[in-house]
Design a protein around this ligand. Structure first.
Ligand code: GLV
Ligand code: MN
Ligand code: MN
Length: 409
């Protein structure tokens, strides 16, 4: 039981206290957004927080071979009911994406302990490492490594914007990079994984419901578009003589929007680097990252091929390359688990999502499910992301009921 006793303090107050214990970690006061990138100082503070929450509850805290954090209620064993999410953020991200799932997981364990003396199955809380891929480019790195969906040798050589390799960042954080890779022992321990997450859209606001169960994740991925031209004088170089990488880059951005519209998909260029980045010079290089998501894999492939084609068509002598950095195929969450959860929670809405999650990666290996908590504005990956405290409490209560069903029946 959590310090102070579960029954004595209302859940809403315990949620408020636990939530505020994270509030300042990695927050940029100038934007109000979070910069909680994997294997940085902010990440270390979050990981220490996780270990502290485990210790407060007498849970055993472990770090697996891929740097994911586990807190065990009782003895770690195969077939456990696992719940959690991630603690890292996108640049200037919101407070809820990830941490809501971890905070809710600890509080749901408290609720379960208050109701049940000894669950039939072990229960664990997990915080997956580097879900957003904000620093090293690959989303869900911790869960992909755990399942083998990300090659450990390739992962070790990923670099951040300062050319620091992931291997070095891991070593500095006390994780041996040679230990990365598919972890049969950790996988065997997951009997079912349930991730609670803030909704990243406003379907629940429109449906007037606080909680939903996920059905599916649409296929999505990230591509690095590299444009290599020739730097030159902005005044004296004739237009006909230029190899200006900004032109195929611009074509890629506008075609991504047009092709996404045609396909009923979404495509975003949210990150771009220009070199040398001078007002009075034709640039030498543009690097851009495309995030694209579509209802099925064939549509997604056609969209990315179309963007690359449009860039080549506007090359003007510039070299254009497109490299896939990560790809997440379509996910359909385990129907039996979903129906069992729905039977416990009543007639809650079912929602698909276009956001990626560790639960989507794990779904290829173990029964996985997700609960979404209403986000009144629908905004996410932004400091404006929010959820009402009463809805967060409803989410914790729903998660506790699900844990009780899965661990005790
Ligand atoms: C993760 O939040 C993603 O969908 O990019
Ligand atoms: Mn996110
Ligand atoms: Mn998330």
């Amino acid at each position: 039981m959590a310090a102070g006793g579960v029954a004595a303090v209302p859940l809403a107050a315990r949620f408020a206290a636990l939530w505020s214990s994270l509030e300042r970690v990695g927050r940029d006061p100038s934007t109000g957004g979070y910069r909680r990138f994997a294997w940085t100082e902010a990440d270390r503070a979050l990981r220490d927080w996780f270990a502290g929450q485990a210790a407060d509850r007498g849970m055993t805290c472990e770090v697996d071979r891929n740097g994911n954090l586990w807190a065990w209620d009782g003895e770690a064993a195969d077939g456990a009911v696992v719940t959690g999410s991630h603690l890292d953020s996108v640049p200037d991200g919101g407070a809820f994406d990830g941490p809501l799932g971890v905070v809710s997981a600890f509080l749901a364990v408290d609720e379960l302990r208050d109701r049940v003396d000894r669950p039939r199955r072990p229960v664990a809380v997990v915080a997956f490492a580097d879900e957003e891929g904000a620093r090293f480019g690959v989303a869900c790195a911790g869960s992909r490594l755990l399942t083998g969906a990300l090659d450990p040798a390739a992962a070790r050589t990923l670099t951040d914007r300062d050319a620091v390799p992931l291997a070095e960042a891991l070593r500095a954080a006390g994780v041996d990079p040679e230990g990365l890779g598919r972890d049969e022992r950790a996988l065997a321990r997951i009997g079912a994984y349930v991730e609670l997450h803030v909704e990243q859209g406003r379907a629940l606001a429109d449906l007037d419901a606080p909680v939903a169960v996920a059905t599916a994740i649409v296929p999505h991925g990230r591509w690095h578009l590299a444009f290599r031209g020739a730097a030159d004088h902005a005044g004296t170089t004739r237009l006909a003589d230029r190899q200006d990488p900004m032109l195929p880059f611009a074509a890629a951005v506008t075609s991504a929007r047009a092709l996404a519209e045609q396909a009923g998909a979404v495509a975003t260029v949210g990150r771009v680097q220009v070199a040398p980045n001078a007002t009075n010079a034709v640039p030498a290089a543009v690097d851009a990252w495309l995030d694209a998501r579509a209802a099925d894999d064939a549509v997604l492939d056609a969209l990315v091929a179309g963007v690359t084609e449009a860039a080549h068509a506007a090359a003007h002598g510039v070299q254009v390359t497109c490299t896939e950095e990560s790809r997440s195929p379509a996910v359909r969450f385990d129907a039996a688990l979903r129906d069992r959860i729905r039977a416990v929670l009543g007639d809650v809405p079912l929602l698909p999502t276009a956001a990626g999650h560790d639960a989507g990666i794990l779904a290829a290996e173990v029964p996985a499910a997700m609960l979404f908590v209403r986000n009144p504005s629908g905004v996410s990956h932004s400091p404006a992301e929010t959820a009402d405290p009463e809805d967060c409490v409803a989410g914790i209560e729903a998660l506790a009921a699900v844990l009780e069903e899965l661990a005790c029946r």
